[in-house]
Write a protein that binds this ligand. Structure first.
Ligand code: ZN
Length: 345
């Protein structure tokens, strides 16, 4: 069985008309699923707001109180993240959606989707990058507390590096945080170098592949195939959380990885298959995407992949001269860095 979390108040997560994060994306995802006759494949679940107890497993009390205070009258959380009035309720509802998606996976569901999720820049006590609460970590800690799951795999394919998630799990060997993102020397938030592999007992469990601007579809798929299947199979997670940001698409105004629609179909298909061959529990957190129309089409292909549909949206690839040679070199370098922890043969 499959489920999607949705609440009308999701659409209030809107950081302003001049801001790249538009507020009606969850509604547009549902509309798209209806128009493509895909909605019937999912149970629609209505999330509740994440409680203070849920949020405090990840964030500090001081930070939670800061968000609540900002939410009363509105203000700024950071240079790029306005905190509109009522944002605490919206952000806590988004986190509640991820909790609901994680919980359903222990209740005979195999795929769940939260269209307002993947807020990977939120760290324990600070945040930016349009994020308030790290719903990925809140979902993981909920499962750890209530269901005693032990091994969590995050596959974070948003174009931005998830610096908040990395901070939270840098020393934690129970969470593999595998991120493929645009090189931090060329994009916010500037983190995610491949040499950052965790610390203490968590060394080897943070995995970062930074990609050059102009990577292109073929090189991106090559990088995914070289890393993700082997790590997933070796780790044997109890659950997979897939941050499926589509700001890697060539039309996205914020980044330069230059993927076509097809890539999202292929990646979602592959991750669904990896889930089926390991834990059969996949939470999909739709993540970033800042071109108002094309991001919905990219999400559509993620759904097509998750549902193993044989048809999907295609487009001409305007970036045939991709960076395959650079990416091959980078992948080999990362494999060398990780060779004491993971086998790629
Ligand atoms: Zn992003």
């Amino acid at each position: 069985m499959k489920a999607i979390a949705y609440h009308p108040d999701y659409n209030k997560y809107d950081l302003g008309t001049d801001h790249p994060l538009i507020g009606n994306k969850p509604q547009k995802v549902i509309d798209m699923l209806k128009s493509r006759h895909l909605i019937n494949e999912f149970d629609v679940i209505t999330p509740s707001i994440a409680t203070d107890e849920d949020i405090l497993r990840v964030h500090s009390e001081k930070y939670l109180n800061q968000i609540k205070r900002l939410s009363e009258n509105g203000g700024m959380l950071s240079f790029d993240t306005p905190a509109p009035k009522g944002i605490y309720q919206c952000a806590a509802l988004a986190a509640g959606g991820t909790i609901a998606c994680c919980a359903k996976l222990l209740d005979s569901y195999t795929v769940t989707v939260n269209p307002l999720a993947g807020f990977h820049h939120a760290s324990k006590s600070h945040s930016s990058g349009f994020c308030f609460f790290n719903d990925i970590a809140i979902g993981i800690e909920y499962l750890r507390a209530h269901h005693h799951l032990k091994k969590f795999l995050i596959i974070d394919l948003d174009v931005h590096h998830g610096n908040g998630t990395q901070d939270i799990y840098f020393r934690d060997p129970s969470v593999v945080n595998l991120s493929i993102h645009q090189d931090g020397r060329t994009l916010y938030p500037g983190t995610g170098a491949m040499e950052k592999i965790g610390d203490d007992d968590g060394t080897g469990y943070t995995i970062n592949l930074p990609l050059p601007p102009g990577t292109g579809s073929n090189a991106y798929l090559y990088a995914f195939d070289e890393l993700v299947p082997k790590i997933t199979t070796a780790f044997q997670p109890d659950i997979i959380l897939y941050q499926s940001g589509v700001d890697t698409h060539h039309s996205d105004p914020l980044a330069d990885i230059m993927l076509t629609y097809e890539v999202y179909y292929h990646i979602a298909t592959k991750i669904k298959q990896l889930s089926e061959s390991t834990c059969n529990k996949l939470a999909v957190l739709l993540g970033g995407g800042y071109n108002n129309s094309t991001c919905i089409t990219a999400y559509e292909n993620i759904f097509n992949g998750l549902l193993h549909k044989s048809t999907y949206v295609t487009e001409p690839d305007p970036f045939k001269n991709d960076n395959i040679d650079v990416v091959k070199k980078d992948v080999n370098q990362l494999k060398e860095i990780l060779q004491s922890y993971w086998s790629f043969t």
